[in-house]
Design a protein around this ligand. Structure first.
Ligand code: NAD
Ligand code: TDX
Length: 331
């Protein structure tokens, strides 16, 4: 394996993955990214051109996809519409990118016999009760709740069907909630960090009791690389780092870290259909591939706060518009 195509490589997780590949492998990288509102060219700038090439294009464009897949030994597919709240207001781009885009990529990978890794989410499994000791495993039945998660579930099923029907050389991974540098400030953790940096109060949906299972983006990406290099074809691996916390706990921790009283937040309108709890059992990944996470949540979160403090010129231009969109839904 020499050249890896990273779709969505200018987005949050994809950009961190490109940085991870440059730092930890000799692989050459091609990024394919449409630079939607969530894509940032500068997140993958500054590498030597023999390490990282950038192609500005859409994964639903069969012509450009066929060319870049044909030039690559493997594809790692991150590109997606990724925000649940956006999917509730306008689902159509989620169908186009997540379903048709994935279809376009796996057809090209099938034609060229290219190794394919599909990056997905634990949200395909629906949610768990707050007081249920159960966690998601690779055997949990699919039961997605939102337009976003249902289109991700559809894309997973397409990849699985292409493995079975056409012998596509694919693996899949489903990861829990990521945090870290370059995450768009529409998402929970960076929204609250930038609210606090801006002198605003954090905004918790509902009563703040929903639970997410947090993992640092670099731990997600080291797991994706392990699956790409050593995963068994046709298999799904769940990725998680035992990071369950309620949203209220996370906000209280941010307030304390940033020197504000821990009750200094607002409860706002809940998300329709809001999943209660996600939790990942990553036993298969750790026993089969020997993967372990490196970050603990407390120091990872503190480093992330510091990153947003240092990168105000990156997030400041979109802060007002992001908050104005939330204000329309009372959030
Ligand atoms: P993101 O929204 O930050 O980035 C998505 C990237 O894809 C952007 O660079 C965007 O420009 C690009 N893109 C969107 N539509 C495109 C199209 N039609 N053609 C080409 N490029 C396009 O998303 P993220 O949070 O980095 O998520 C990346 C992947 O990881 C997604 O598949 C998501 O479902 C999955 N995932 C995310 C999380 C999480 O916590 N963020 C957790 C598990 C899985
Ligand atoms: O302002 C907020 N207040 C709040 O309480 C926002 C933006 C969110 N929330 C809540 C909703 C969720 O319970 O915080 C939790 C996390 O919200 P998001 O950051 O929107 O993430 P989530 O909906 O859990 O989905 C994320 O994890 C799985 C990613 O956005 C997905 O791409 C990934 O698949």
């Amino acid at each position: 394996m020499q050249r890896v195509l990273v779709t969505g490589g200018a987005g949050f997780i994809g950009a961190n993955f490109v940085n991870h590949l440059v730092a930890h492998t000799d692989l050459q990288v091609t990024v394919l990214d449409a630079l939607t509102y969530a894509g940032h060219r500068e997140a993958v700038d500054g590498f030597p051109s023999d390490r990282v090439a950038f192609v500005h294009g859409d994964i639903t464009d069969a012509e450009v996809v066929d060319r870049v897949v044909g030039e690559s030994d493997a594809v790692v597919h991150f590109a997606a519409e990724s925000h649940n709240d956006n999917s509730l207001h306008d689902p159509r781009p989620f169908l186009d990118t997540n379903v048709i885009g994935t279809y376009t990529l796996i057809e090209a990978a099938r034609r060229h016999g290219t190794r394919f890794h599909h990056v997905s989410t634990d949200e395909v499994y629906g949610d768990l009760e707050l007081d249920d000791p159960a966690r998601f495993t690779e055997q949990t039945p699919y039961n997605p709740s939102s337009p976003y998660s249902s289109t991700k579930a559809a894309s997973d099923l397409l990849v699985r069907a292409w493995v079975r029907s056409f012998g596509l050389q694919a693996t899949l991974s489903n990861c829990s909630n990521n945090y870290g540098p370059w995450q768009h400030i529409e998402k929970f953790i960076p929204r609250q960090i930038t609210n606090l940096l801006d002198g605003r109060r954090p905004r918790l949906y509902g009563e703040g009791k929903n639970v997410r299972d947090w993992i640092h983006v670099d731990d997600h990406n080291s797991a994706v690389l392990a699956v790409l290099q050593r995963g068994r074809i046709g298999e799904t691996y769940l990725i998680g780092a035992d990071g369950e916390r309620s949203n209220k706990q996370v906000v209280e921790q941010l307030l304390t870290t940033m020197g504000r009283p821990s009750e200094d937040y607002d409860l706002v309108a809940d998300r329709p259909g809001h999943d209660l709890r996600y939790a990942i059992d990553a036993t298969k990944l750790s026993t089969e591939l020997g993967w372990t996470p490196r970050y603990d949540f407390d120091s990872g979160l503190a480093a992330t706060v510091e990153w947003y403090r240092q990168h105000e010129d990156w997030w400041r231009p979109v802060k007002e518009a992001t908050e104005a969109r939330y204000a329309k839904s009372g959030q």
